[in-house]
Design a protein around this ligand. Structure first.
Ligand SMILES: CC(C)(COP(=O)(O)OP(=O)(O)OC[C@H]1O[C@@H](n2cnc3c(N)ncnc32)[C@H](O)[C@@H]1OP(=O)(O)O)[C@@H](O)C(=O)NCCC(=O)NCCS
Length: 326
């Protein structure tokens, strides 16, 4: 048994193809779909996103992010004894992207691997599961990854959704520690809202039944998101015996700057304490939080010893928060 699970290394990866809003608007115009940089920036805060090449899968993005996280932790891939990948865009129906990643990393120690499917809340779910397994003594060095290729499931004839998402991956190494690391978490779901954000298609009898493309009621998602995130934050802080004033950094799911501003306002946090990458990455679903965390660590914003609150929200409807000491 161990006291804590602590993040000892972070990594991230964005595929090289970057599209600004103007680039995307020009591509959509060829389909007769009208949008503009002005509309996208004003409603979402997004200025650019990255799209993976057609032959690049979530496991490829996860591999690059994982290599960085493993290097930052000062360990080797063989030291990893648990892999959890949060993704809604797996390489295959099965096996898991985590199994594919284990093989690509050359890990031959037989460690357990599995995917977590909680859409944009996937990383906070995966981190909570890894934390519990480490504290229970089931693992000592977990690789926890969020990796997505949402470009594959976007409907480029639907301007209300296709401008919002991007591809990428983020990873952390989470190790058993006597020093404080993850302090508390708070996860939720309400399956009565499945239909407001989903990819309804499924594989059956050799065919895809239903649409394999993302569909969303943006306003319903917006309302639910702003209604739950500050409550999850407070519940997490309560469990750890801390208050809003103790938060050094808020790293919310990067979906929309207006949702982040609303949460920050409700938590009485200045936007200076909020890590924002949505402008450059768009919404990368389960990858967005570990991507933002890695950027904030590498650019010197997030430092060792600081309290960081991670918050996820997305399809399901799912939401949750993880409070940790770096
Ligand atoms: C999607 C979202 C940006 C739309 O913003 P909104 O302010 O609700 O905008 P509306 O849907 O009311 O649309 C307003 C107008 O803009 C138009 N519009 C929609 N998408 C557009 C686009 N990409 N470019 C230009 N105009 C667009 C609509 O057609 C509508 O026009 P109309 O008034 O003539 O009918 C917003 O609802 C949102 O961010 N929701 C949350 C989405 C999210 O974060 N999802 C992921 C959660 S994990």
């Amino acid at each position: 048994m161990t006291s804590y699970a602590r993040i000892t290394g972070t990594g991230s990866y964005l595929p090289p193809r970057r599209l600004t809003n103007n680039d995307l608007a020009a591509e959509l115009a060829q389909r007769g779909i009208e949008t503009s940089d002005e509309w996208i920036v004003e409603r979402t805060g997004i200025r650019a996103r990255h799209f993976a090449a057609p032959d690049v899968g979530s496991s490829d993005l996860a591999l690059e992010a994982s290599r960085q996280a493993i290097e930052a932790a000062g360990i080797t891939a063989q030291d990893i004894d648990l892999i959890i990948v949060a993704t809604s865009t797996p390489d295959m129906v099965f096996p898991s992207t985590a199994a594919i990643l284990q093989n690509k990393l050359g890990i031959t120690n037989g460690c357990p691997v599995f995917d977590v499917q909680a859409v944009c809340s996937g990383f906070v779910y995966a981190l909570t599961v890894a934390d519990a397994m480490i504290r229970a003594g089931t693992a000592r060095r977990a690789l926890v990854v969020g990796a997505e290729v949402f470009s594959r499931i976007l409907n480029f004839n639907d301007r209300t959704t296709c401008v919002l998402f991007g591809d990428g991956a983020g990873a952390v190494v989470l190790e058993a520690s006597e020093e404080p690391g993850i302090l508390a978490s708070d996860l939720h779901a309400d399956g009565s809202h499945v239909g407001i954000l989903c990819v309804p298609g499924h594989v059956s009898g050799g065919e895809i039944l239903g649409s394999p493309l993302l569909t969303m009621d943006g306003q319903a998602v917006f309302k639910l998101a702003v209604g739950v995130l500050d409550k999850a934050a407070r519940a997490t802080l309560d469990k750890a015996g801390l208050t809003e004033a103790d938060i050094d950094w808020l790293i919310p799911h990067q979906a929309n700057i207006r949702i982040m501003q609303s949460t920050a306002r409700k938590l009485k946090l200045s936007m200076d304490k909020v890590v924002v990458t949505v402008d450059q990455h768009g919404n990368t679903s389960a990858a967005s939080i570990p991507l933002a965390l890695d950027h904030a660590v590498r650019n010197g914003q997030v430092k060792k010893g600081q309290h960081v609150l991670l918050e996820g929200v997305g399809g399901g409807f799912t939401w949750g928060a993880v409070l940790l000491k770096m």
